[in-house]
Design a protein around this ligand. Structure first.
Ligand code: GTP
Length: 565
């Protein structure tokens, strides 16, 4: 190959020749081929290579001889003057140049050939030989580094978002997203060489383990995302049980394969399993869609870019197909798109949950206000009924049941009320006690019912006297009483007291004239004793006075009005 432009990279892939042997040393009998693909080789055998580069420039050029794709266990390279030994099984610090791929700093002498040769062992999935200046590669890595960091940043952010989503909602879908995005990001971190360089530069033994852990985790969390996204309450997702069992035994299958067949096969297993995963996912999504899952079609849409790019990557990696697509970039694009879809799904879900919660709160508040309204109405209704009952009871308690006149209690309250309010000197209470004459004989002669009728007749005379300032009540048995508030401006018997006396005469007259057929229109008589009780007087004493006057009337032959002033 001819080197003539320091600004670009010289690919050596079509010039390199290969041979396979069982030892690191060449015997000279080996057959050399222009393509390594045609040679049968096991990972433990040595793949030898050599290539000659002619520098067409008349100045010496410092270059890096480069072998890309770091899936090489052990690598020995020489440019004729220097010899390097490096590889994945050796510490990262033993690399001649601190960069993800293998670079060997050499100097191309002016107008001369330089032969690069060496051996490789390991799986060696893909490789590519080239020569360019260190500046060229450094610029290239700068761009790759920016791309990778943007990718890791985006994926890291998505992991954090999904984790926060889980903490906020306690919904396992978010946790499955977070685990899937995290494990796939870690897998990339490991595959791109950042893990060797930053996390365990001097512990190459971790490389295979970390690869195995990350790739198995990616597959298992991918299954988790599938089944968790489609999970519904009281509903078993199609195929969930066998897949769960399979995922539980998958790590043991890997260990078994590693111990029996070899590490390479154990590492290849999860990659191969992505094909059945895609088929299973398609089937489960289809069945769940038919069963009425509204998330199924969204999940299918979200998985499409990743599925396509995974297919491209695995087909290229396993079958070495020549496709005009940069596999890693394609996969990264697919992955980022899928994760974006997932975030959209997640956001959509969160909005729905929040909306549902808000609706529920609104409904609860409405229900509460309705209940409060109803309760208030009920309380009002009950209070009204209670007030009505109370006033009915108050009426009942204040009246005499037979005559419907105010009873003694009402009279007492009226008297107390009058005396509770300050009674001025010119104010007084007129009290009259009325007792029917020979009432017993009416009862005895005509019967108790007729006696009642007589009492009602008396009540009819007294009832119209009741007003704000006067109470005419049944005092007990055949006894009645009248109490009236009167004024007496000069301390003497006032005109109002005189009016009271006149009223008593009218009442007395009315009793005498009361004609009741059932007692054969027998004339009724009554004794009335009355008095005035001034503000400074004792009310009990006043009643006693009226009573005495009443008995005096009885003694004097009945049917008389006697004042006790
Ligand atoms: N029908 C009826 N009789 C009653 C009622 N309350 C009391 N009496 C009667 O009234 C009578 C009162 O009798 P007395 O106290 O001896 O009085 P009196 O017969 O009127 O005699 P004097 O008052 O001395 O003229 C008794 O026979 C009682 O049974 C009532 O509600 N209805």
């Amino acid at each position: 190959a001819n080197f003539n432009d320091p600004q670009s990279m010289l690919s050596l892939d079509s010039d390199v020749v290969f041979a396979v042997s069982n030892s690191a040393e060449l015997t000279g009998d080996e057959q050399w081929f222009y393509s390594a693909d045609v040679i049968e080789r096991s990972p433990s055998q040595y793949l030898h290579f050599k290539v000659r580069v002619y520098n067409q420039l008349d100045t010496q050029v410092p270059v890096w001889f480069s072998i890309s794709f770091p899936a090489i266990k052990r690598l020995t390279v020489t440019d004729g003057t220097k010899r390097w030994v490096t590889g994945d099984s050796l510490p990262f610090s033993s690399r001649p140049v601190n960069a993800p791929n293998y670079h060997f700093p050499s100097i191309l002498p002016p107008s001369a050939y330089t032969e690069f040769s060496g051996t490789m062992t390991g799986e060696i999935l893909r490789y590519s030989f080239s020569v360019a200046t260190p500046e060229y590669y450094s610029n290239l890595y700068m761009k790759t580094l920016q791309r990778d960091m943007a990718f890791f940043g985006a994926m890291g952010l998505l992991t954090v978002l999904c984790t926060l989503g889980f903490i906020a909602s306690r919904n396992l879908v978010f946790l499955s997203f977070a685990s899937f995005i995290f494990t796939i990001t870690f897998w990339f971190f490991r595959v791109f060489g950042y893990a060797f360089e930053l996390l365990w530069p001097n512990t190459p033994s971790l490389n295979d383990i970390s690869y195995a852990v990350s790739i198995y985790s990616v597959l298992i969390t991918a299954f988790w995302v599938l089944f968790q996204t489609l999970a519904r309450d009281n509903h078993e997702v199609y195929g969930a049980k066998p897949v769960k069992r399979f995922c539980a035994i998958l790590p043991f299958m890997g260990i078994l394969l590693w111990q029996s067949v070899g590490l390479d096969s154990a590492l290849k297993l999860p990659v191969i399993l992505f094909f059945p995963y895609i088929l299973i996912a398609a089937l489960v999504i289809f069945v769940e869609h038919k069963r009425g899952s509204d998330r199924a079609k969204w999940l299918a849409a979200a998985m499409l870019p990743l599925t396509f790019s995974t297919l491209v990557l695995t087909v290229i990696a396993l079958f070495e197909v020549e496709v005009y697509l940069e596999p890693i970039a394609t996969f990264m694009t697919g992955l980022v798109m899928t994760c974006l879809f997932m975030v959209a799904l997640t956001a959509n879900y969160m909005v729905k949950v929040v909306q549902r919660e808000r609706d529920a709160q609104k409904e609860a508040a409405q229900l509460k206000s309705e209940q409060t309204f109803r309760l208030e109405a009920l309380v009002k209704e009950r209070t009204l009924a209670l007030e009505q009952t109370n006033s009915a009871l108050a009426v009942l308690a204040s009246k005499d049941s037979l005559t419907e006149l105010p009873n003694r209690r009402t009279l007492d309250l009226f008297v107390d009320d009058t005396f509770d309010k300050t009674i001025h000197d010119h104010e007084a209470l007129a009290i009259a006690l009325i007792d029917l004459d020979h009432f017993k004989s009416i009862n005895d002669t005509f019967g108790h019912n007729v006696g009642d009728e007589v009492l009602k007749g008396i009540a009819n005379i007294l009832a119209p006297l009741n007003n704000e300032d006067q109470v005419a009540a049944r005092y007990g048995g055949e006894e009645f009483a009248i109490a009236k508030r009167v004024t007496q401006p000069n301390g003497n018997q006032s005109s109002e007291a005189e009016e009271f006396a006149k009223q008593l005469e009218i009442v007395h007259c009315a009793i005498n004239q009361l004609a009741i057929a059932s007692i054969d229109d027998r004339k009724l008589g009554a004794c009335i004793g009355w008095t005035l009780c001034k503000g400074s007087d004792d009310i009990v004493e006043a009643f006693r006075r009226a009573d005495k006057a009443l008995y005096l009337a009885k003694d004097k032959g009945r049917n008389l009005i006697i004042p006790a002033l």
